[in-house]
Structure formats: C-alpha cells, structure tokens
Design a protein around this ligand. Structure first.
Ligand code: HAM
Length: 433
C-alpha cells in the first residue's frame, strides 16, 4: 500500500530538531512573559467574516490564501491565517476592553495560509505573538518592538535587522493615497499593476520587478506626508526605542501584507534566509477593534515566525541548542533490579528531575548505548551488588567518574540534585568563556 504523506507545504518537526523548535517557541515568548503579558488561548478556526472584516478583502491573505470551508451547520469557517483579528474578537467578546487598559496578551500556535510552499514558507506556519490593546502611548510601541528584539537576542541571534516606518492615520493617509495614485497615474504600468494601484497603491511601491521599481524612485512617501500628530508619535516611538536600546533602519517603502496597520509598522529581517527573510513583523492598528464591533481602541502587536526563526538560528550556527530533555537515565541490571529501578524513577520524577529508565532487559553494554543516546548527564545503575548493599552507582557521563551512593531516596535525591546543579554551573561557565 502507498505511504500517506503530510499535505504539501506542511512541516513536521521530529526529534532531535523538534527540541530546537520547542526551544525557539519558548524563547520567543520569554520576553513577553517577563513583562506582564498574559497568555491567551484562541480557537484555530473562526467565522470567515472575522478575517474578511479584520484583515481586509484587498489583501492576498483574504483573496487567495485562506483555508475556508462550510461546516455541517452551513456556516463559513476559516482556519486562522493570522492572530490579531482573533485576539480582537476575543477581547471584545470577553469584555476585556471594559477592564484595566492596556490589555497585554501573548499567544502562540499554528496559522494557515495557502501560499506557494518553499523553504521558510509553509501552509501551516507557527507564530508567537503579542497584542497590547487600549493605549496609543508611544512607550507601548517601543516596548512591543523591544520585546521582539529581546526575544530574538535571547536565542543568540545577531544577524537580523529591524525595518521601521509609520503608515500614518485616517487623517493623513487618505490624502497621501490620492497623491500616490496621481503619481502612479503618470507611470508606465501593466494592466494588473494598474488595478493593484487602484485597490492598494502602497503595494506598488514595494514591487520588486525592475520595470516597476525603477519608476518608483521619485514616488511620494507616506513618511513625508504624516500629519503633525503622527509625526510627533513617530518621533517619540524612536526616542523610546533608543531608551530600550533597539536599533532600526528607516524603511519608508515597507508594505505589510495585512490591511489593518496604521502609524508604527515594523518587520524583522534575517538575510540568512533567502527570499523568505521576514522572521517577524507587526504594527499599530487604530481602526480594527471598532471595525469588529468593539470600542474605538487602538492596539499594537507582532507575530514572530517560529519556523523562520528556527531557520535563522540554524543559519547562524546556533543549533542544536544545548537543550537536554533528560537529567538522569536509570539502568537496572538483572531482573531483581527492575522494581527498585522503577521506584527510583518515580522518586526522581516526583522531585522534578527529568528521568527515564532503560527497558527490555538490555545488556549493560546496550543499556549504556541507550544512555548515550538519551543525552542524560547522569546515569544511575542498579545491579545485584548494589541491591545487596542498598546502594546505586551514579555515573557522570561527561567526566566518566562514578561513585557509589546510598539508595535511600532521602539521601540519594538531594545528592543527585546537587550534582545536577554543579553540572549546570560548569556549563554556564563554559558558555561564558
Ligand atoms: P505577518 O507578517 O503576516 O503578520 O506574519 C508574521 C510572521 O509570520 C512573518 O514575519 C513570518 O516570520 C511568519 N510567516 C508568515 N507567513 C508565513 C509562512 N507562510 N510560512 C512561514 N512563516 C510565515 C501577522 O500575522 C500579524 N498578525 C502580526 C501582528 C500582530 N501585527 C499586529 N499584531
């Protein structure tokens, strides 16, 4: 019978790489968790209308990339292509906007876009995101950007940069849009690009084709047409970014693929990834809550791509991370040792020590091989001699040293904890040198 493979463009993360995936996912949310952002768990499917209204019908995401189906109750359902619209829906529905503001939330999980698959562009993609809703204070803009910057740096990433601009607001953008459309009217564009210019003229600015980009050199830019409030806001965002210690490039031609952005907009780019170089992005959205039937509150957030960040870590040689999944591997030698070994396993796990036991009555040679594969820094061996002397052998897998310790859990467990702490301290010293 033929094998069944995963659908096209949907990545698997299997061990040992899945360890790195998990590490990246955890690190990307670490800065938000340390800054008072609360976790929000959201459904992976929503009413299609949420994305049509929230993300915007003129975007590629809504026009061509959504996984939409009719459910058994004849409702149009869509697998979420992004997180912001769902967070706003949940904030409104659960009346979080009526409580203390700003509401600061973080989320993670899979999102779905029917894009043409290639390395770093998947149909099931993973993001870690944050949204801070209910404040226009530029401190929040800078904080959100700094959280993303810090998250990448906590993984050891260095070779990325931040593109930043302001897209203006409902006061200044319409006038700029007319100015840009007038300019585009004087350019020599093919029919499809002309249609795009009518629908979403900003996207023409970002067209990578030489024939178009060469004509965009003198195009008017939003950043030169900001109203005084937007200019003041953008200036302050940059002042606070300096205080947060974040560096950026001015990117006045940046275009994002979602319609809701206003004012501060940003993207993190990693040049080691080829075409799919955007490892994360976000921005402010002034009208989104109201568009979805909620209060007139502004928000700002980001989505960081876990898949691409893992690729970026690999491109910088940061993986495999020194992430151990086990502290101790227990080896019973002989039938009589099986039960005491499992009792020890239970005690270790109860004490918060990640432990596993060798099964299938392996020979000591084959059990030591399994211990090596497990990558546990300590191995505890219980054989007939140890049983008769109420002891165990504790072997340090890095140095090869081994010692005999009493098997009584009240003595053994603290000794194992102490050894693990010492090993961790040695590793930290090594990392710093
Ligand atoms: P986005 O720029 O569409 O923004 O996606 C954020 C990140 O998700 C991208 O920078 C990229 O790393 C990753 N990503 C997007 N599409 C794919 C794909 N097909 N394969 C792999 N990775 C992908 C948003 O989704 C907004 N909701 C972010 C946001 C939050 N804005 C405000 N708040």
């Amino acid at each position: 019978m033929a094998n069944i493979n995963a659908p096209k463009g949907v990545p698997d993360y299997v061990p040992p790489r899945s360890r790195d995936f998990l590490r990246v996912q955890e690190q990307l949310s670490s800065s938000a968790r340390l800054s008072g952002y609360e976790y929000i768990e959201l459904p992976v499917f929503e009413s299609t209308e949420l994305f049509e209204r929230g993300v915007g019908t003129s975007t590629d995401v809504v026009q061509k990339e959504m996984y939409t189906f009719t459910d058994r109750g004849d409702r149009s359902i869509t697998l979420r292509p992004e997180g912001t619209a769902g967070v706003m829906r949940a904030v409104i529905e659960n009346r979080l906007d009526k409580g203390a503001l700003p509401v600061k939330l973080w989320y993670r999980g899979p999102f779905f876009r029917a894009e043409r698959p290639q390395l770093g562009r998947y149909r099931q993609l993973q993001q870690v995101g944050v949204e801070a809703v209910g404040s226009v204070d530029p401190i929040i803009d800078a904080e959100v950007i700094a959280l993303a910057d810090q998250a990448y740096r906590s993984l050891g990433l260095n070779d990325f940069h931040l593109d930043l601009t302001s897209l203006g607001c409902s006061q200044c953008r319409p006038a700029y849009r007319i100015k840009l459309q007038e300019f585009l009217g004087t350019c020599d564009l093919d029919q499809e690009t002309k249609e795009r210019a009518d629908l979403n003229p900003l996207r023409v600015l970002d067209d990578k084709r030489e024939i178009v980009s060469s004509q965009m050199i003198d195009a008017p830019l939003m950043i030169d047409s900001l109203c005084s409030q937007c200019q003041e806001h953008y200036d302050q965002v940059r002042d606070f970014l300096r205080i947060f210690g974040v560096q950026w490039n001015e990117a006045p031609r940046m275009v994002r693929g979602l319609d809701y952005y206003t004012r501060t907009t940003f993207e993190f780019v990693h040049p080691g990834l080829g075409a799919q170089s955007g490892i994360g992005g976000g921005g402010r959205y002034d009208g989104l809550m109201a568009e979805l039937g909620g209060s007139e509150l502004s928000g700002i957030g980001f989505g960081l791509g876990v898949d691409r960040t893992l690729l970026a870590c690999e491109a910088e040689g940061l993986t495999p991370f020194r992430s151990r999944i086990l502290d101790v591997f227990v080896i019973p030698v002989g039938d009589q040792s099986r039960e005491p070994s499992v009792s020890l396993l239970v005690a270790l796990r109860a004490a918060g020590i990640a432990a596993d036991v060798c099964v299938d009555n392996r020979s000591i040679k084959s059990a030591m091989k399994a211990a090596n594969v497990s990558n546990a820094p300590l191995v505890i061996i219980i054989g007939p001699d140890e049983l008769s002397s109420s002891s165990v052998i504790v072997k340090n897998m890095t140095s090869g040293d081994q010692q005999s310790l009493p098997s009584e859990p009240g003595t053994l467990i603290p000794a194992v904890q102490e050894t693990l702490r010492n090993l961790q301290a040695e590793n930290r010293k090594e990392d710093q040198s």
